[in-house]
Design a binder for this molecule. Structure first.
Ligand code: HPA
Length: 235
């Protein structure tokens, strides 16, 4: 048991899939995994461990934003000996080259956040996905004939803002989309020598205000979930 996760030692697999939303974790456990056990529900952040095609995998939520994923990923890596976390989330596209439902494999995350600096003395504002998972995701997508774009993204602390201009850091690092978690996950993994990747589905296109509807979300996220699970089999 860690401060924010009630699972006992040994109840979490070496590879964890981490959506933002606890109900998304439940959806994955209910629909894609077998012999599933709910191992934590502290704060309604559900963690499940079960089998996918015979391999033990855990799935559990990160919550929203850098502080939340910073806590959960740190405890998973340090208290449960997790080797690899694959974040599976949604993002807003910064330009119309990206379309709703597009899949992105995050190569680097750029952020104005001071999380990496004040947590670990990591001064960089651009952090890489950690270990070989990024490559494994690309290879697995190819095998599954899924289109996925390797890209840099912006991890922002801000969802609502008055200024509609592209944030300077997104221009500086050629970020195609924005979400709110990958930077902290990569920082923790870098500091601890662990593996971390982030796969994103475009859920909104910021310049046109198009959005995936609530009804479409389940269908929209299926390819990303399958890609993450099939990648986990390779690890
Ligand atoms: N901003 C930040 N995070 C997001 C967005 C967004 O527009 N869409 C999905 N996650």
């Amino acid at each position: 048991m860690s401060v924010h996760i009630a699972a006992k030692k040994g109840e979490i697999a070496k590879t964890v899939l981490q959506p933002g939303d606890p109900l998304r974790a439940k959806y994955i456990a209910d629909n894609f995994m077998e012999e599933v056990k709910l191992v934590s529900q502290t704060r309604n952040i559900f963690y499940y461990t079960g089998l996918y095609k015979g391999k033990e995998i855990s799935v559990g939520a990160s919550g929203m934003g850098i502080p939340s994923i910073g806590i959960y990923s740190f405890e998973l890596y340090t208290e449960y000996e997790v080797d690899t976390i694959i974040r599976i989330g949604t993002c807003g596209a910064y330009n119309t080259d990206l379309k709703l439902f597009d899949l992105l494999n995050v190569e680097n995350s750029a952020s104005e956040s001071t999380y990496a600096k004040f947590a670990w003395g990591i001064e960089e504002e651009l952090l890489k996905s950690q270990g070989n998972v990024f490559e494994t995701i690309n290879q697995t997508a190819e095998k599954l004939s899924l289109n996925i774009q390797p890209t840099n993204i912006h991890t922002s602390d801000i969802f609502y803002r008055k200024d509609e201009d592209l944030p300077a850091i997104a221009t500086k690092y050629n970020c195609s989309a924005v979400e709110m978690e990958a930077f902290a996950l990569f920082a923790n993994a870098q500091h601890l020598g662990k593996n971390a990747a982030t796969i994103l589905t475009v859920s909104d296109v910021i310049p046109t205000r198009e959005k995936i509807s609530a009804d479409e979300r389940e269908k929209a996220l299926k390819p990303m979930i399958e890609l993450a699970l099939e990648t986990a089999l390779q690890l």
